[in-house]
Design a protein around this ligand. Structure first.
Ligand code: FES
Length: 110
């Protein structure tokens, strides 16, 4: 089962795409919310930074392919689908992303 995806009502410019490196997470703020960006080639994916298990910062986790490992208890998440691969009850929320003119835009619902 995939993690829920936010139905965007607007897109927020959060980063230069070149600042989002492959193989590591990038934490950005939208208001008071922390989100984690991950890049695979030309695509950028965005999930909630807060691990749904116990609040680890997924943006600081170890990245392997399309997976990130939570730094707190090493659970694996697929950041392209939001799937928690360690326990499907803990899928993580995803945010839609657009890359336009070198900028990363994240969709939020507010
Ligand atoms: S807080 Fe992320 S796996 Fe426990």
């Amino acid at each position: 089962m995939a993690g829920p995806i936010v139905e965007a009502t607007r897109y927020v410019d959060v980063s230069d795409v070149e600042a989002v490196k492959e193989g590591e997470g990038t934490i950005v703020f939208v208001g008071v919310r922390r989100l984690a960006l991950f890049r695979v080639g030309d695509e950028v994916h965005c999930i909630e930074n807060r691990c749904p298990h116990a609040g680890g910062f997924l943006g600081l986790g170890r990245v392997e392919g399309c997976q990130v490992r939570c730094p707190r208890h090493d659970w694996a998440f697929d950041f392209t689908t939001g799937d928690c691969l360690s326990d499907p009850r803990y899928d993580v929320r995803r945010y839609p992303v657009r890359v336009e003119e070198g900028r990363v835009l994240v969709g939020v619902a507010e």
